[in-house]
Design a protein around this ligand. Sequence first.
Ligand SMILES: C[S@@+](CC[C@H](N)C(=O)[O-])C[C@H]1O[C@@H](n2cnc3c(N)ncnc32)[C@H](O)[C@@H]1O
Length: 258
Amino acid sequence: MANPYPFLISFPASMSTLRRLISSRLMRILVHSNFFAQDEQVQLPLLPNNNNNNENIVHQDLDDEAEEKAVVVYSLTPASRLLLKEGPLSTTQFLLMILDPVVTDPFHLMGTWCQMNNHGSHDHPASPFEMAHGRPFWGLAAQQPKFGSLFNEAMEADSQLIARAVVEECEGVFEGLNSLVDVGGGTGTMAKAIAKAFPNINCTVFDQPHVVANLQGTHNLDFVGGDMFEKIPPANAIFLKVIIKHNYFSLFFYSLIS
Ligand SMILES: C[S@@+](CC[C@H](N)C(=O)[O-])C[C@H]1O[C@@H](n2cnc3c(N)ncnc32)[C@H](O)[C@@H]1O
């Protein structure tokens, strides 16, 4: 069957033997970790350097002389399909966010921060994140619009993936509800999916004022700005997704990527 997820990896003849070897090893690791599936290995003439045939994932595996004439065909797996930018359930933005230096830099301070905590110091920063950036996560996300947008897009990508399972597999949870408030609901991806699947439920997305500013609702969806620690809009049900204490934000992401 033709690979429905076209992708081409080719190693030009100009590439050094060492780099080819490294690329070949890298592909093996990616296959081993289920990022690619190795479909077949066929004896074919080497592809021209400027090959534009992108019907299959093709990798010229040049470990030894025998393999020099072989072409190994790979295909994407369910895990790597989630990383296709164009896919409806793409998690690319989420990955880009957790790999952003704003998120990764604090990990380098994790050891120092833990030691400060162990020594009972009272004026230590609340988290490795605060130690690196001098302010809490939400403060930085609000003050740096570029990172704020990256974060919101990441959460939208995650919600798109989860929303499908929630509305299709957990239908019963929403039975009998007239209203629901998604507390810390971000830009409303999850609430939009719920409001669409259950038109009788009035959904409110409640988040920090700058996050929901200028977002348009529908007949059964509205956006309200505020601080969840002060007051939340009343509703039959409260929905919480990925709401965690900011002190542990770094640890949360650490557990995601480790
Ligand atoms: C990790 S995100 C989760 C977003 C969304 N629930 C999701 O899963 O896609 C946490 C959300 O809580 C919001 N938030 C943080 N502190 C808040 C507060 N004090 N009051 C209201 N919302 C807050 C953030 O702006 C962010 O959108």
